[in-house]
Design a protein. Structure first.
Length: 158
């Protein structure tokens, strides 16, 4: 769940109920640089994650792909971690690429990507800002049997 969801008083309290608390075995914080970079206007509820982590008393994994050295150094203390291990990996991932396309017509977009989807190795993620257009595209592609569910992930903003 998002930090904004977890920080809601009723959700925060629910997470601390014994039957729920006993079922939580790991806290994962994605976009962990936001803990350090949160302000009163930008993701302010990330700052409550340290309190939640202390109450949960479970192992914690903080993930980020874009921290500066200063932010990387500040993440553990921002989460109240006293013992931690830092693992850094090379972000040069040739199997991953980004392609941005702008189109006014969903059918033109579909025509341009269908062949590529059939040739794609692994998962393809298509991000469209309008949920109804996502469902329309997904419906068209699956009706045409051009993609298999396990190869296509379609996402929209929250």
């Amino acid at each position: 769940m998002s930090p904004e969801q977890a920080a809601k008083e009723e959700v925060f309290n629910l997470l601390l109920q014994k039957e729920v608390l006993n079922s939580i075995c790991l806290l994962v914080v994605d976009e962990a640089h936001s803990i350090v970079q949160s302000t009163s206007e930008f993701r302010p509820l990330y700052s409550r994650l340290a309190a939640l982590r202390l109450k949960l008393q479970v192992p914690t994994m903080a993930l980020t792909a874009t921290p500066t050295a200063e932010v990387r150094a500040a993440i553990p203390s921002s989460l109240g971690l006293t013992s931690y291990e830092t693992i850094e990996m090379n972000l040069n991932r040739p199997e991953i690429f980004l392609d941005v396309r702008s189109t006014c017509s969903l059918s033109k977009f579909e025509d341009s990507v269908v062949g590529e989807l059939e040739q794609a190795k692994g998962v393809t993620i298509i991000f469209i800002q309008n949920k109804s257009k996502i469902m329309e595209l997904y419906g068209q592609l699956t009706r045409l049997k051009k993609v298999v569910d396990s190869k296509l992930k379609i996402s929209s903003p929250a």
